[in-house]
Design a protein. Structure first.
Length: 116
């Protein structure tokens, strides 16, 4: 199996005035890890609820993992990945989002998260 590689992104300055209330609240996160030196598989189940009356999708930060599968309420959805963010369409006011990701712990040079 080939190790995944990811170059660290340049730091971004975020000012206090840039913060806005979140579009979605995550009420519960359950994570399962299958740890390995070359690859680690992570499954995250996230229970989310819409914050207010809007039709914006759920946007999650991401940092280099390879997404194997993404579902909303156990159904596959068309999601987008760009600029270190994953955009997930959710039609209702609450849902469970499942993301299955593969990471390369040995290639982690950020010294955060999972690394070997």
């Amino acid at each position: 199996m080939t190790a995944l590689s990811h170059a660290p992104a340049a730091p971004v300055t975020i000012h206090r005035g840039d913060y806005q209330p979140p579009d979605w609240h995550a009420h519960r996160v359950r994570m399962t890890f299958n740890l390995g030196v070359e690859t680690t598989r992570v499954i995250a189940d996230i229970d989310v609820t819409r914050n207010g009356a809007h039709d914006r999708p759920l946007v999650l930060d991401e940092d280099g993992g390879l997404i194997n599968e993404l579902t909303v309420d156990d159904a596959p959805v068309r999601w987008d990945q760009a600029k270190n963010a994953i955009t997930v369409p959710i039609s209702g006011d609450s849902a469970t989002v499942r993301i299955e990701t593969t990471l390369a712990p040995a290639a982690n040079t950020q010294l955060m998260g999972l690394y070997a």
